[in-house]
Design a protein around this ligand. Structure first.
Ligand code: LLP
Length: 429
């Protein structure tokens, strides 16, 4: 954490209190150099491991045109899961060939849009989608390139809402019951589909590589079966899910070690089956943008309940950060304008929404707070802006990128007018 001579929190060389004044709050501040360095470190690791690879940025973590452009500039492909994410990526100027279209229920309109736009790869989730894509490909006179998403039956050690690899999951072809093998046979038969490999993703915010390694081993066996079946396989996509540090109690494995363990497992297994080494693909979201983001709020009211709890309220809440309400997530908060002052009491940071579950940080030791202070919540770069809501008709916050002492607005703040823009009032009688 950078602190400047005014005793203020600084990010990317910018004083956060000045940012709050200039752009208003709540404000998402992203450290652009930090994001670029996370990506470059992944490239370096793969190059050192000496494998063919692709890194796909999971845009769901934070999907705006500027972020899609940044990821593209840094040599990433993009993982999108909806027509809206696809549209954002295309609008940002990312070539369709570099886009991978995921999702367990892409609508026919989304599939049509994807095929018509020449999306590079569809990650097919189920038999219904495989048949639909084959039809659409035929109609458009195109061969659609796909990966098959497999549910490998691996329990990831994370919150059950963000665990996806287990057998009882809505995602992917089930390995255990033989669905995965049948999907490979169906893909081989589908004339307008060319299946170039397999995909799995076991969950998110995972700290220990053992689940990814176990999944990689199972996937290699299936991959080898696909090669023997005659599928033109060259890709094994092992998903994202690498955990980050939200508080000092979090001890995630460094991503480089993760990748080392995954690649070693694939090398060993693939060798056993005697097929060629696939290109290893990953699709991280959180580990690229999570720690790069900070939310700035203006402090408002407080309520001290003697011997019970101190509540401090900010001008946002579950509308810009629903992660405590959804996953019991923990965050660190600091007083951005009082970084040199000692913490006096512990505060629970509440939002301004009309419900008790609207808490952003359960426990934050802070210096004596006053209305108008600027509170910073750290590591809010992933799945915060992307999960904003209009609950209580609260406008969406603005987003800025900061770098070398300069800030750029990349998403404007909504106004109350924006909030009612799509409403159609009843006509006067
Ligand atoms: N690939 C697939 C197929 C995914 O479903 C996900 C995340 C990722 C990649 C990226 O995972 P990451 O590297 O970011 O962990 N809203 C939740 C997280 C949901 C994750 C959904 N899928 C949260 O706030 O924690």
């Amino acid at each position: 954490m950078e602190i400047n001579e005014r005793g203020h929190l600084q990010i990317g060389g910018c004083d956060t209190v000045d940012l709050a004044t200039q752009y208003g709050t709540p404000l998402f501040v992203y450290d652009e150099a930090f994001i670029r360095e996370q990506i470059r470190a992944l490239h370096r690791t793969f190059r050192e491991l000496g494998v063919n690879y692709e890194i796909s940025y999971a845009t769901k973590a934070f999907c705006t045109m500027a972020m899609c452009q940044l990821a593209h500039q840094e040599g990433l492909t993009l993982d999108v899961v909806s027509g809206g994410e696809l549209y954002t990526a295309l609008k940002a100027g990312v070539p369709a060939a570099n886009i991978r279209f995921h999702g367990n229920n892409k609508t026919l309109a989304e599939l049509e849009f994807g095929v018509a736009s020449n999306v590079g790869i569809f990650v097919v989730d189920n038999f219904v989608e495989l048949a639909a894509l084959n039809d659409i490909g035929q109609r458009h006179g195109k061969t659609v390139q796909v990966l098959l998403r497999i549910a490998p039956g691996i329990e990831a050690h994370t919150h059950h809402y963000i665990s996806t690899g287990q057998q009882d999951s809505k995602f992917g072809f089930d390995l255990e019951s033989g669905q995965a093998e049948r999907a490979m046979a169906a893909a081989l038969d589908a004339e307008s589909v060319r299946c170039i490999g397999l995909h799995c993703h076991i969950g998110s915010q995972i700290f220990d590589p053992s689940g990814h390694v176990a999944a990689a081993e199972l996937m290699c066996e299936l991959y080898a079966a696909g090669v023997r079946m005659g599928l033109p396989f060259s890709v094994l996509n092992l998903g994202g899910g690498f955990g980050i540090r939200y508080t000092q109690d979090d001890h995630p494995t460094p991503v480089a070690d993760y990748l080392g363990a995954m690649v070693a497992a694939v090398r060993k297994e693939i060798d056993r089956y005697g097929v060629g080494m696939p290109s290893i693909w990953i699709e991280p979201g959180r580990s690229i943008v999570g720690a790069a983001g900070t939310t700035l709020y203006t402090v408002g009211s407080q309520k001290v309940i003697p011997d019970v709890r101190n509540f401090l309220a900010v001008d946002g809440g579950m509308t810009d950060n629903p992660r405590l309400a959804l996953y019991d997530a923990e965050y660190v908060a600091v007083m951005a304008n009082k970084m040199a002052e000692r913490a006096e009491e512990t505060w629970t940071i509440a939002g301004k929404c009309c419900e008790s579950g609207d808490i952003v940080v359960r426990s934050a030791p802070l210096p004596e707070p006053q209305m108008g202070d600027i509170l910073a919540v750290l590591a809010t770069g992933a799945y915060n802006y992307s999960m904003v809501s209009h609950y209580n008709r609260i406008p969406h916050p603005a987003v800025v990128f900061v770098r070398d002492g300069k800030s750029r607005l990349v998403v404007e703040r909504e106004t109350w007018e924006d909030v009612v823009r799509l409403d159609r009032p009843l006509e006067a009688e």
